[in-house]
Design a protein around this ligand. Sequence first.
Ligand SMILES: C[S@@+](CC[C@H](N)C(=O)[O-])C[C@H]1O[C@@H](n2cnc3c(N)ncnc32)[C@H](O)[C@@H]1O
Length: 298
Amino acid sequence: MTANQLSTIRDLLRYAVTRFNSAKLFFGHGSNNAFDEAAYLILHSLSLPLDRLDPFMDARLLPEEVERVLTVIERRTKDRVPASYLTNEAWLGGYRFYVDERVIVPRSFIAELIPEQFSPWIDDPDAVENILELCTGSGCLPIMLADAFPNAHVDAVDISSEALAVARRNVDEYQMQDRISLIESDLYAKVPEKKYDIIVTNPPYVNADSMSKLPNEYHAEPEIALAGGQDGMDLVRQIVFGAAQRLTSKGILIVEIGNERQHAETAFPELEMTWLSTSAGDDMVFLVTAQQLKKVKQ
Ligand SMILES: C[S@@+](CC[C@H](N)C(=O)[O-])C[C@H]1O[C@@H](n2cnc3c(N)ncnc32)[C@H](O)[C@@H]1O
């Protein structure tokens, strides 16, 4: 079926799935497969409810509606733009966030751990007063953290003023201006001199070799959000070594490091890390206590 024979959502879906599959797109930024992503992009482009495909399948579309959808399919297929940049939204843990090319598409595995309030390492979530979130990007994690720890203030840090503009928009959207401070800083440099109960971070951690092999969709994202130096641990090292001074005596540090577990274990041979279980396995996110951090030589 050629593009000018398309007149219904069913036609467009078939067309998009075929294009997506033959272009071997990467589906790691929100959806897992060509059909889900095609349905999402088509429904979103037509401003139709995202959870109700069936009633609209065979409705005849106006030529300009078909054109609008085809433009989006084209940008996704030819330019390999991640779906979230085409729709300016991303969903994580049931939250909707505004996104654009100034931030990576939210997909942190730490998001899965937040609703459980880092149990059993945090005895009393209501007693948590201060949380520091480093490398905030869109602000997705501080918003979820502020919800999960109702009495906590969250300081959220990013070095990129552009990323912070996106985070500002999301913090305003969730009306969390009083609960979250956005700080432009190179990691701890401009962080207030106070002690934190929890430090959370999903920093750039992709090693130099893996950077060159990333699917095209990743190259639409800011490089500063992904590249972690030769072994991926450039920022993780600074975060780990700086954390002991910033945590309360019972504090915890939680770090996402993607597929770099081996590099992390090599970088911190003396550190007793607890690997937390997520849907991606148990080697993506580690936790260390303030007490364990004090034992580490820098
Ligand atoms: C992997 S993204 C994480 C974004 C967000 N927390 C999430 O999970 O979707 C890493 C972020 O770290 C920021 N970043 C990079 N270097 C930094 C530094 N030295 N200090 C603070 N933030 C930095 C980038 O601008 C980017 O927004």
